[in-house]
Each structure stands twice: as C-alpha cells, then as structure tokens.
Design a protein around this ligand. Structure first.
Ligand SMILES: [Zn+2]
Length: 274
C-alpha cells in the first residue's frame, strides 16, 4: 500500500517524534514478518537503543538505532505504521509494537503479512536484495530525459511492470503506476519498445510530476493518521466504474499479473496485443 509519496509523508511525520526516543520494550505479536539477522534475541537486544535517524529508499523505510542496529521496513501491499498512545485500540493486524520512553507507541501492522521488517547490523544492509536493487528514487531530483531512457533500457515488457519493479526508478507501486500512466495518457500494458519518442517524453514527465503532486496533497491530508491510506484524490486508481476526470468515460478495471489496473480506455487507448 504505501508507495514513495505515502512513505515520504510518513517519514517526515515520524522524524521529529522518533529521533532521540529510546525503545523501552518491544512486543513481537505475530511471527514470520520480522527477519532478525543479528543473532541476538529481538526482545532483549532492541530495548535500550535510541532512534538516531530515519530514512526512506523507494518503498522502504530505514530506521537507525545508533551505530549498531537498523530496522528496515518493507510494508509491501498491506503493511503500515501507527504512532500514538498505548491506550489506542490494538489492531488485530499488529505485528510489532515498540514502547518509547516518552510514553508513546509505534506499531507496525500488516493485514496479510506480506511485508517484511529486517533487524540487522548496518554491515548487513547489502543482504537485503529489495533494498539494494532499487533505482534512483522517484521523488529525488528528476533524471534528464536521456538519463531516464538509459535507466529504462535494460528492462523489457509492459510499461506498468517496468515502473513497479523499482530497478529503473524506485518508489512507484500499483497505485501510482496507474496514476502516472493516466497522466501520460499511455495504455498500461503497452510494451516499452513500442513507445514513440513523444510518448516516452510524456512518460518521463508524468513519472516525476504525478508522485510530487501527490506529496503536496498528502502533506495536507494525512496529519496524525499515518496509519490510514489517503487515496480518494487519485484520478483512476481504485476508481473502476467511475467517470474519468479528463474525458468522463467509465474507468476500466482489469485484473492482470495478480493486481488490478485502472485506466481510461479513451484517454489511454491500446490493446493487449500492441
Ligand atoms: Zn478519459
């Protein structure tokens, strides 16, 4: 669920709240999500450590705990974070609960347990493949058109798949890929090799402008509710059957590659065989 724009806002929200805070206790409520690579017992090793930094790379958050430890959170489709009081109702999907020395609590929840949380020494970061094989972040300084062309060059197939894979540009998931392709007026299943130079330029422009525009909206809308996904402002993603904001046609919903793709057949013409 969280993609670069969501995590960008979550990171900025959490930074002043977590930095300098010591973890006093941790509760691992469900197995299989935490990958503890330290060789130490998680519930003994983490308490007493202090958050010293928080970063983001694509669709992952990196929490620094001094020189010796890192927590890397990869929420995938259904994971998320909640910051608040220990008195807040505990989510059935809560996986990890961190008690902080100022009385607050940070929780990682995940309905489908598809995400992963790594606990490790900084020297081990290279072992997290999904961290290391990410391309430049979509919210970083945009690549020039020619750099973008070169970054996409090694990848073949449908444009949507290339965008969400994260190796050319990182941070784009299912939702923002749909939004980018609607913005660029490109059929999501179009093969990259079939794009005209003009279409490629439109793709390049939308890849950077759409997520940045979303950050502006999310910064106003998310507030303290970092655990809630704000997606109602999107143009096509999750809007199957509704009217396209550009042309008024009905937005299509296609299940392909185990995920739903939303697009407008009129604004984004094409067929699977193009
Ligand atoms: Zn349309």
């Amino acid at each position: 669920m969280p993609e670069a724009p969501d995590l960008f806002v979550i990171r900025n929200y959490l930074e002043p709240k977590l930095i300098g805070r010591k973890v006093t206790a941790v509760d691992e409520r469900k197995p299989l999500v935490l990958r503890n690579m330290t060789g130490e017992k998680f519930s003994d090793d983490l308490p007493g450590r202090t958050f010293t930094g928080i970063g983001r790379k694509g669709k992952l958050l990196l929490l620094e705990l001094g020189e010796e430890r890192r927590l890397v959170i990869s929420p995938m489709l259904t994971g998320g974070l909640r910051y608040g009081s220990p008195d807040d109702r505990m989510e059935a999907s809560a996986i990890l609960v961190f008690d902080l020395d100022d009385g607050h609590q940070l929780r990682y929840f995940d309905q489908k347990r598809m995400g992963q949380v790594y606990y490790l020494h900084p020297d081990q970061l290279g072992e997290i493949v999904r961290l290391e094989n990410q391309g430049p972040d979509v919210l970083d300084e945009p690549m020039k058109l020619e750099e973008f062309r070169a970054a996409l060059k090694p990848f073949r197939g449908e444009i949507k798949g290339i965008l969400t894979r994260g190796q050319a540009v990182s941070g784009i998931g299912n939702a923002y890929a749909d939004e980018i392709l609607w913005g660029a007026q490109l059929f999501p299943f179009r093969k990259k090799s079939k794009l005209s130079p003009e279409e490629f330029e439109r793709l390049h422009e939308a890849v950077y402008s759409v997520p940045k525009g979303a950050v502006t909206v999310l910064e106003k809308r998310v507030g303290d509710s970092i655990h809630k996904k704000v997606r109602d402002f999107l143009s096509v993603h999750g809007k199957g059957g509704k009217a396209c904001p550009r042309c008024g046609s009905r937005i299509s919903a296609i299940k392909a590659n185990r995920r739903e793709t939303n697009f407008c057949r009129k604004c984004q013409p094409g067929t699977m065989f193009d």
